[in-house]
Design a protein around this ligand. Sequence first.
Ligand code: CMC
Length: 393
Amino acid sequence: TGLFTYDSGFLSTASCKSKITFIDGDKGELLYRGYPIEQLAENCNFLEVAYLLKNGELPNASQKTAFEDTIKNHTMVHEQLAKFFSGFRRDAHPMAVMVGVVGALSAFYHEAMDFSDAEHRSISFNRIIAKMPTIVAMAYKYTTGQPFMYPRNDLDYTANFMHMMFGTPCETYKPNPVLVRALDIIFTLHADHEQNASTSTVRLAGSSGANPFACISAGIACLWGPAHGGANEACLQMLEEIGDVSRVGEYIARAKDKNDSFKLMGFGHRVYKNFDPRAKLMRQVCNDVLKELGLENDRLFKLAMELEKIALEDPYFVEKKLYPNVDFYSGIVQKALGIPTSMFTCIFALARTVGWMTQWEEMITDPEYKIGRPRQLYIGAAKRDVAPLASRK
Ligand code: CMC
């Protein structure tokens, strides 16, 4: 018994104090450790952003090199881990594979269990940041039947990921710097987003004292849903389904219809009631990639632009403050980069692992930290007696 504040969906409850990421949803502003996302995307690479999120400050030149070297030391996975993949059906969704394989890291790095030690926590962070590209690429290669590619430490983080995704043992993969930079920015834009559903899941799982790899696996499971990280995949499927600019109106009408469960994927956000700043940057990345690949007249991109234009002028979307979110353009960019739709959320997971680990560390070292244990408003049956079986109706 007891009276508690009822806040379904956490619309007005702060679950923690945090120094990591700040969002002003009305202004459409996103800061990592105080730095605007626009400046980070323009001036830093993903590993610098990872260092910033982890340590609170941007690295100087020697710290940057040292961090890159440390990450390179951990890019390979244990050969035994590779065997996990063959237990899955080839047509398994890569996110299902990710939930299992990342969770299995707990079985390989036992010192991660003792996270009272700051050094152990830091090693776990480095390990998982280094291994996520390898595991994501393995999940992809497994679906294609191609051999797993070992990491190449002569390449930087994102170029190496592209090598493991698209390279084969038959020839040396030559990354296109424009495309590598585009993917690197996508990683930066997804690195953290304060207490979203998957990050809150990681914190809640971690609050019981579960090990970090198990917590990240829980985060991946939560991210998979179409209302969260799965929206980029759902958005591209929606654009494919619409198929032609002439049908945009029909789908806008469906999104507005109360009796139709259809929502415009890639639109709306719990916190942003103005443009999602990541969507603006993503649209620019999208332009750069399509230009580089000579795909400026890409059918889906044109369709997306038309959809965005109509939705932004429609009173329903204007009144409800529904703007394109980060997932609206990310699917088109990833498709142009050659990443299949089923892998989009894995790319999101790869990048968000930085935020998840940083938030987990912040929680575990917070002197006020307690196990997360929400209460409820009980609305079930009142106390009653069990009737003998023969007399039950
Ligand atoms: N299309 C049509 N109507 C919408 C949409 C949409 N995409 N999003 C919200 N609405 C309506 C909704 O029906 C509701 O109407 P009413 O007030 O008449 O009941 C109103 O706008 C408020 O929406 P809500 O669902 O109560 O808002 P929420 O904060 O609970 O949900 C959301 C936010 C992102 C889950 C939701 O906007 C949505 O489902 N969008 C589509 C999926 C999507 O793009 N998700 C990616 C989120 S950004 C990346 C990430 O962080 O994962």
